[in-house]
Design a protein around this ligand. Sequence first.
Ligand SMILES: [Cu+2]
Length: 156
Amino acid sequence: MFRVKNVLTLLIFSATAAMGLPAHAGNAADEVVINHAYVRATPPGAQTSAAFMVLENSGEVDHALVAASSGLGKKVEFHNHIMEEGMMKMRQVMKIELPAGTHVTLEPGGLHVMFMGLNQRPEMGDTVALTLTFADGSETTITIPVKMIKGMKKHG
Ligand SMILES: [Cu+2]
């Protein structure tokens, strides 16, 4: 009987996971609030674009972004800008830390989500679906409007 009960418990857990319900309260997808997200509109022929947003960790444990994917680009990476020999350069970062109770801003000239190998040209009025994966394995998909960024010759 004991064994049967264990199997049943396991089945219930599996069913819960299959329905996409969070396994426990407090995962990053539930606790990280994303605001002011937008994707940079690009001129014809551009190979890259970028997304910017404000991520707020409203929870009590630290979280981190570890991956992103989107139909907009063949590759989606996290980048930052660093000053090197007097020039601003982009560098890939493997994760973006989201300490508990703080907010992190992805903005032009700083951290950004980079779309490389564009599958289509993001134009004003379009929306882009972006899936973000957190260090705890939870995911969230957001729909982001495309906006023009004035005065930016290059992305990010
Ligand atoms: Cu970049």
